[in-house]
Write a protein that binds this ligand. Sequence first.
Ligand SMILES: [Zn+2]
Length: 340
Amino acid sequence: MPFETHRRPVFPVDSPADVTALVELLGQAATDRELSETLYDHFDYVAGAHPEWFRPHQERVILELLSGFSVPFGAMCVLLRGAPDHCVEHLAARPARYVLEVLAAIGTEAALTVAADLARGQRGASDLEYVGFWTPPAGPLQQRFSSHQLAVERRPVADLAELLAAEHPVGLPLDRVVRDPETTPVNWHYLSLRAAALPGVPAWPAEHLHLLDTHLSWGVTGAVGEDGRWHDESVEAGTPDDDDERDNDGPDGRAMVVLRPYDDTLTYCNGHIMSTPDVFGTVGGPPIGVYSNPSCRSCHRLMFHVATVTNHLRGDGDGFRSLYICETCHLTTSAASNWN
Ligand SMILES: [Zn+2]
């Protein structure tokens, strides 16, 4: 079975009937925390590999079984997406702590409108920003990530020529990604992604988006023009406690990535796919939801989450590295966070 769980028992997930059996357990899971945690891993796998097996149960789960239904937010977006409006009305009539996230995950115009009205009346707007939804002063919530998730798989490159020709290179020389390598606070290239290869990501003025890093801060922002290279950089306040050696700044640190669809060839474990060999992150999907996400330094809208990888993609630092853009202001932010 291409999913792993450290929790017991393990149920089969090999057919639509198996998913029906999992759904039947949700009533019991509402009061059985251990069972709920076990089902978390199972439904995360269903969302990644066989979301169509869950579809017939969507309404019943929302209307009757929600309190036992615990999944990573990205999986919730897949499984509950597009639920009919009477489900939205049902949720709006009984607002509870988790209802905002469920409405955001449903993602229809009706759901996003109701959620925005609820969020503006309480402190829910900031909670929603953790999972990638922005509450504008008026109108429905705005989803600030692509619903189309892809796995980031690392592959070796033979030499600099192959690196420079790669669609999504890892470990580029800095002068390829910033205009002024002498004055920039950026000192590390993680990954460049070819914008046109990223479904659901807004139009971008340059061919590539760059995920960069600095030892000076938890986050660094740059403006981008048609040449694609960062300029006018600014760093967030605060210095990471990070004295790791950047010892991979040589041929070994160079690589490329390929983007793989979510399916049953990935390993799903603890709410992520990074136990899959050579997979170090995700393009698309919501931000990881543990840390607050950047707002644009110019227009102040929540930035669009493009990708999150672990530092192991190009051994440096410790934790997650996330790429965000403001497609309106042509600004890019790379955010770093330690393992929590
Ligand atoms: Zn902006």
